[in-house]
Design a protein. Structure first.
Length: 287
């Protein structure tokens, strides 16, 4: 205090004496809280997201949209475009028989009265069976399309009533009711009801409880090993390349025939079916 002038010493005493000291303490506390909240928000925003693709070899995994982690971080040709990190299913079927070069095609988020029939036309041309993971509400709107899927020898898969990616987070009673409702709604499009063999979690967002619940309702959890990312509409060439680069004997390929514009998917399937045949692949259903 010897270096201070008399005026400065007076000011300093006022600052460190009540009521000023309380005001300074309150101000510093408020600033500290604001900085702390800002640090948490910035940390959350900067956290890396993981592109969930539920690929079998990477199972630790989301539908993904896949945890389904079955994951593939750098979205092929789509930097920064990612689904939330999700938990992989321990029980999900992610490959079919590998005794011969086979591939299983699956289509999510339909049925759609425009894209699903276009896909069915192509599958019929190449005698390729496929599995359709249907959203219950869409199935009720397009029962004729659901009938055609089954009539042409394809497999039905429950994909929840509304494509609810949080279903696995619910309490067991609610989860059970959700799965029972969606499975029953899809099955009773037919008379007598059709069998629903599989369940696929929307966005691949599996949880251990959802694994068990789908099995308890008589449906096998269905995953995939090749994610085309066609839901991002990356272009026909990118969808085709994703399959050509990743396909392997026993692969289960994920496409979408609903949930948005799917012209790119239809054209990609048109190009991939003959290519897969030329590579010696036989089309099959998940086992």
């Amino acid at each position: 205090m010897r270096m201070l002038t008399p005026r400065q010493r007076v000011i300093l005493r006022q600052i460190v004496s009540p009521p000023y000291i309380y005001r300074w303490a309150g101000l510093l506390t408020t600033v500290g809280l604001i900085l702390g909240v800002a640090a948490v928000v910035l940390t959350d925003v900067g956290a890396p997201t993981v592109l969930a693709t539920s690929q079998g070899p990477a199972v630790a995994s989301s539908s993904g949209p896949q945890a389904r982690t079955v994951e593939d971080a750098p979205a092929r040709g789509l930097p920064g475009l990612a689904r939330p990190a999700i938990t992989a299913s321990r029980l999900a079927v992610t490959s079919t028989t590998t005794e011969r070069p086979t591939v299983a095609l699956t289509f999510d988020d339909g049925p759609n009265n425009l894209y699903t029939p276009a896909v069915l036309d192509l599958l019929a041309q190449y005698r390729a069976p496929a599995t359709f993971c249907m959203v219950g509400n869409e199935a009720l709107v397009h029962p004729d399309v659901v009938h055609r899927v089954v009539a042409e020898g394809h497999r039905l898969c429950d994909h929840t009533m509304t494509h609810d990616a949080t279903v696995g987070m619910n309490d067991p009673d609610l989860m059970s009711r959700q799965l029972d409702r969606s499975r029953t709604s899809l099955a009773t499009v037919f008379d007598p009801p059709a069998p629903i063999d599989y369940f696929r979690a929307p966005e691949g967002a599996w949880t251990p409880a959802l694994d068990q619940m789908s099995a308890q309702t008589g449906m096998r959890p269905l995953g995939w090993s090749v994610d085309t990312l066609d839901w991002t509409q990356p272009g026909v060439a990118a969808i085709v390349a994703s399959v050509q680069q990743q396909v392997h004997p026993g692969a289960i390929v994920l496409f979408h025939d609903g949930g948005g514009p799917r012209e790119q998917t239809v054209e990609a399937v048109r190009q991939l079916l003959p290519w897969l045949q030329e590579q010696g692949y036989q089309f099959t259903l998940p086992t």
